[in-house]
Write a protein that binds this ligand. Structure first.
Ligand code: ZN
Length: 452
């Protein structure tokens, strides 16, 4: 019998989950995709006489009799459209006559998927019409009904999200507290009202799977190990703050909204739990590939800041963190204005004004950031806040003036405070990194002061 390998990919998951305003709709969206990905797609492939290799993180890989290819893809797309109203499923297939050819066929499937992604629309949204009243939650579709929660007029897709929210809460009940909204998470934060969105992603997973997915069972085994260790580590680390929300998790990435002061502790806990779970011996006795590193973008902002903006900036920062390579890495921004622009362009602009000196040393390795953060915590009870805040002003002066002002500040502190501040900022306010960039840590940690 002729078989095919089929790869299905749910398009623009983050947009679907995070576009609506109101946590319950984000949560409902997350629940719909989770159920579809991990229950409906596997059921459907079995109904068509096939088998699943993996199903997580918005992706599904399976083997099907070739005669069922069209029916499977048609039904899978239809079910996703009915469940969400707007989300597109993209699928790629290759013929698969012999399981011994798996590694090559798997690579071929990825090339095929890249072509499909480039040539199909990533959403089912229709163009706006002038006589529509837009949905008051997502602003993208025509409003068709009243919200289940308030008097807002919402679209069909947001209505479906609302209906799924209870199922999500049911799944979580008893495991950790469930916030009513983002403001409630902010009410547990220091400073009060401030949230942090942590968006983390394992590094180099394309290369990882290409290298280690030598046959079906090996891919199933390592894919499950990645998904489980990320999901369980997030779950565990998320149970420690008083309140938080896991907005998405599965496969190799996750997005979590936390009280601002809890963000770096969360990353530290996540790493510990991820390592512990990832490194447990496999049931098969097969060797485990080296553990992947991860990169995180963290955005600190007030709980009134739009969730979609939190995510847009966190994604940019996560890509910036990935540039460090070969280590767990973090980039972060503290957003204090409502119009934040692009944080990375802002950095470049200020660097150009400062004769090539960067007013930041971001991104950081997670180790370096946590080490300096610990010393900052020791300083907090003994150093007046205005001394730390003065660092921020210093770095925007001329380089020599900044250097002198920093030395003057150190000379006026008691010995214990001065030595700790040197461990956070350095002996000189400017440091040269191994790649030749001249940077300062001063502003990075002055702005973190309120959040540690
Ligand atoms: Zn809507």
């Amino acid at each position: 019998m002729n078989d095919i390998l089929v790869l299905a990919d749910i398009a623009r998951i983050q947009d679907y989950i995070l576009t609506p305003r109101r946590l319950k709709r984000n949560r409902g969206a997350s629940q719909i995709l989770h159920q579809y990905n991990t229950e409906r797609l596997p059921d459907l492939v079995r109904t068509h006489g096939g088998r699943q290799i993996f199903a997580n993180g918005g992706n599904f890989l399976g083997v099907l009799p070739a005669a069922h290819q069209q029916a499977f893809c048609r039904e899978a797309e239809r079910e996703l459209r009915l469940a969400t109203g707007t989300v597109v499923l993209r699928s790629a297939t290759v013929d698969y006559p012999d399981p011994n050819t798996f590694a090559n066929k798997f690579r071929e499937l990825h090339s095929q998927m890249a072509r499909v992604k480039a040539s199909t629309p990533s959403s089912l949204l229709s163009p706006a019409m002038p006589f529509w009243s837009p949905c008051e939650s997502c602003g993208l579709c025509a409003a068709t009904t009243r919200s289940l929660y308030d008097s807002e007029l919402v679209c069909h897709a947001c209505h479906l999200r609302e209906k799924a929210s209870d199922r999500y809460e049911e799944r979580l009940r008893g495991r950790r507290a469930i916030p009513d909204d983002f403001n409630q998470i902010g009410s547990k934060a220091r400073p009060r009202g401030y949230l942090a969105l942590v968006y983390l992603d394992l590094d180099g997973m394309g290369e990882y799977f290409n290298r280690y997915a030598t046959d079906e069972s090996r891919l199933a085994e390592i894919s499950q190990r990645i998904d489980q260790s990320v999901t369980e580590a997030v779950d565990d680390a998320a149970s420690r703050p008083e309140l938080c929300e896991v907005l998405l998790v599965g496969g190799d990435d996750a997005a979590i909204m936390l009280p601002a002061h809890a963000a770096l502790d969360f990353l530290e806990d996540f790493r510990t739990e991820f390592l512990r779970r990832y490194c447990e011996p496999l049931d098969s006795g097969n060797p485990l590939p080296d553990r992947p590193t991860f990169s995180a973008g963290v955005v600190f902002a007030h709980s009134h800041f739009p969730i979609s903006e939190f995510f847009r900036i966190a994604s940019r920062l996560q890509h910036s963190a990935k540039l460090l390579g070969g280590c767990d890495s973090v980039d972060y921004e503290i957003i204090t204005t409502s119009l934040s622009g692009d944080p990375l362009e802002n950095r470049e602009r200020t660097a150009r004004r400062g004769a090539g000196r960067l007013r930041t040393a971001k991104p950081y390795t997670l180790d370096d950031l946590l080490k300096r953060r610990e010393v900052l915590r020791e300083l907090k009870p003994i150093l007046p806040a205005n001394k730390i805040h003065s660092l921020y002003r210093m770095v925007y002066q001329g380089p020599e003036q900044a250097r002198l002002d920093y030395l003057w500040l150190l000379s006026r502190l008691d010995q214990a405070s001065a030595s700790r501040l040197r461990r956070v900022v350095g002996p000189d306010i400017w440091s040269e990194l191994p790649d030749g960039r001249v940077v300062t840590h001063a502003a990075d940690f002055a702005e973190l002061w309120e959040f540690v």
